[in-house]
Design a binder for this molecule. Structure first.
Ligand code: AP5
Ligand code: ZN
Length: 214
């Protein structure tokens, strides 16, 4: 299967991805995670991406299309992928269509994590992550066993630099202005499934499973 996960910051894309990935043996490509790794490693790509990310703006289409193009060519991603956070502009969606066409592949489903903006600030400001695995926690909704520590490795958890109320505002603005049109783009192709992303993580997982088994 080839799936796209679209939704505003904090809607649960990164929380649901590992579950879907394990169940369907897919490769999980999250442009945000890849960009953050590049920023941390101070690669040329990371240096170019950092400023926009810190401000909550989108990184240029060329940069992210380049990372996805490389990643999709990996043998492990040929059978199926979860695209988490890509495409985020109509230009990116068009480029993705070109890449898939070359592979003779197509998108099976676009999962739209629909949710009201008002819920997102609490989700974003309470999030803690384990950077090397991408595991995500929340102080209130999904607390780690020991505060500030990853359940599996015992390593420290961190907060994302863009997870502040102020930066969230510009991320939401970017979502509504640049990413919502992408949902329309796929609706025209009839590939969009709506999720109630305000429900509990378990309930959202059940909705995802229903969509993917239908
Ligand atoms: P990215 O990393 O993609 O961030 P985002 O889209 O803002 O999404 P988030 O990761 O914040 O949210 P999520 O939906 O994964 O939420 P999560 O499951 O963690 O992008 C970051 C930046 O990179 C962008 O601003 C941009 O600069 C750049 N970028 C990335 N891709 C790009 C592209 N294609 N083009 C251009 N630029 C790009 O959940 C959030 C919290 O809520 C967690 O603490 C979690 O535990 C909790 N939670 C999850 N689900 C529930 C639930 N159902 N109930 C209660 N709590 C929940
Ligand atoms: Zn995420």
């Amino acid at each position: 299967k080839r799936l796209i996960l679209i939704g505003p910051p904090g809607s649960g894309k990164g929380t649901q991805s590992p579950i879907i990935k394990d169940e369907y043996c897919l490769c999980h490509l999250a442009t945000g995670d890849m960009l953050r790794a590049a920023v941390a490693a101070k690669t040329p790509l990371g240096i170019k991406a950092k400023e926009a990310m810190d401000k909550g703006e989108l990184v240029s289409d060329d940069l992210v299309v380049g990372i996805i193009d490389d990643a999709m060519k990996k043998p492990s991603c040929q059978k199926g992928v979860i695209l988490d956070g890509f495409p985020r502009t109509v230009v990116q969606a068009e480029k993705l269509d070109e890449m898939l066409q070359k592979q003779g592949a197509k998108i099976d489903k676009v999962l739209n994590f629909a949710i009201d903006d008002a819920i997102l600030e609490e989700r974003i400001t309470g999030r803690w992550i384990h950077p090397s695995s991408g595991r995500t926690y929340h102080t209130k909704f999904a607390p780690p066993k020991v505060p500030g520590v990853d359940d599996v490795t015992g390593e420290p958890l961190i907060q994302r630099k863009d997870d502040t109320a102020a930066v969230l505002k510009s991320r939401l603005e970017a979502f509504h202005r640049q990413t919502e049109p992408v949902i329309g783009y796929y609706k025209n192709k009839g590939a969009v499934a709506e999720l109630h992303a305000e429900k509990s993580p378990k309930e959202v997982t059940t909705e995802v499973q229903k969509v993917l088994s239908s």
